[in-house]
Design a protein around this ligand. Structure first.
Ligand SMILES: Cc1ncc(COP(=O)(O)O)c(C=O)c1O
Length: 383
């Protein structure tokens, strides 16, 4: 089936964050959504529902819950029951909920930096303290966890937020590493909340290892996922937490009730169920397009002198431009003004991202080629 992944859609004028906040003439390659049309089954399911003109309060049906359960079982060997699910408006909201539910003001929460900006944002906004267990770079330019440091730092923490696969480094954590993380969390009696929103973008024969498939994961583990990232429906706002541990689930669900947080946007639930039940072929096609884009971008940018972390998962490329001696803010501004491409500044992921930029690969090939060539031409002017 042709999913029209080569078609260039004009997104300007749709109030999309990516294009409509980017100056005319500049190619946006930043925020993590895709310039691909979503799966036809999703549009069709929403269209069918729109034919009924009442959009009143809506429940999440048993079939909708089962669609989530079946999808994570089929794709990631995660075995949860419909009653293990909690729904929130987004994965960031799930992280925020976890911080509020599982810690008290002033408590320390562990993150592994550099990491998706809202990890530190939700902790700070909740009045908790951030403890960083920085990722370390191997000589081959791959990032690894520093488990010894993690052991030392978890002692003082009440919660760990894990990003798996990792945004922005594109790292897919191996089972052994993840098991070590969970073992350390258990040793220090710290619940583990894993943001696995990028789990469906894992490449080159690798498999995503969900924290829920680790030994001992029946207690103290919650996983936040969403169809919104995988199926390009982020504007619909809906996500799921998978929480088999009853006590943990109750703590999260009580806090959600207390602060009035709930998922279940009518069209988002319909879209999610369509995605999870009918979206596999579209997802495979998108993954192939992303991998081809990645291979092209890596080859061209490496030739131009850029160091690139190996992309094992996510449709994001973490570009190390420290050799240019510019801050991320300067890099971001110069790329916009001179190269005419907009990327995320590395410092969006914390101060350890300084000197980096993050590139989004989920776009039709022609846009990726245009953007990469603009970057290559600009980089040549600097050498
Ligand atoms: C690691 C990670 N978590 C969460 C989100 C956002 O999730 P949501 O839109 O469901 O809040 C993103 C979006 O890029 C992300 O990369």
């Amino acid at each position: 089936m042709n999913f029209h992944l080569d078609e260039i859609l004009n997104r300007r004028g749709t109030d999309c964050s990516k294009w409509d906040t980017t100056p005319e003439g500049v190619l946006p390659m930043w925020v993590a959504d895709m310039d691909f049309p979503c799966a036809p089954a999703i549009v069709e399911a929403m269209r069918r529902r729109l034919e009924h003109p009442v959009f009143g309060y809506t429940r999440i049906s048993d079939a909708d819950k089962q669609a989530v359960v079946d999808y994570y079982c089929r794709h990631h060997s995660v075995h949860v029951r419909p009653e293990d699910l909690l729904f929130t408006p987004g994965v960031v909201d799930s992280l925020l909920l976890a911080v509020h539910a599982l810690t008290k003001p002033g408590d320390k929460v562990l993150i592994q930096s550099p990491v998706y900006g809202p990890f530190s944002g939700v902790i700070r906004r909740a009045g908790r303290q951030i403890v960083e267990n920085p990722l370390v770079e191997t000589p081959s330019g791959r990032c690894e966890m520093d488990l010894e440091d993690l052991d030392a730092r978890l002692k003082e923490c009440r919660l760990m937020l894990l990003c798996s696969p990792h945004n922005p480094c594109g790292r897919v954590w191996e089972r052994q590493t993840l098991q070590a993380v969970l073992d350390l969390c258990k040793k220090h009696n710290v619940p583990l909340v894993a943001d696995e929103i990028h789990c469906d973008f894992v490449f080159d024969g690798r498999r995503h290892v969900s924290a829920l498939t680790l030994e001992g994961a029946d207690t103290g583990v919650a996983v936040a996922v969403s169809a919104t990232k995988t199926f390009n429906i982020a504007g619909l706002k809906h996500s799921t937490m998978l929480v088999p541990d009853e006590a943990l689930r109750k703590a999260l669900s009580d806090k959600a009730d207390e602060i009035g947080m709930s998922g279940g946007n009518l069209l988002a639930v319909i879209a999610t169920t369509a995605a999870y039940t009918e979206g596999d072929a579209w997802l495979e096609a998108v993954k192939s397009a992303v991998v081809a884009n990645r291979d092209y971008a890596v080859e061209e940018l490496r030739k131009a002198g850029v160091r690139i972390y190996p992309n094992e998962g996510t449709y994001l490329l973490w570009l190390d431009l420290r050799y240019l001696g510019l801050s991320s803010a300067e890099l971001e501004a110069r790329f916009v003004e001179q190269a005419k491409v907009r990327l995320n500044a590395g410092t969006d992921y914390g101060s350890r991202g300084d000197g980096f930029l993050r590139l989004n690969l989920a776009a039709p090939r022609a846009l990726i080629e245009e953007g990469v060539q603009r970057m290559v031409r600009y980089l040549k002017t600097l050498s």
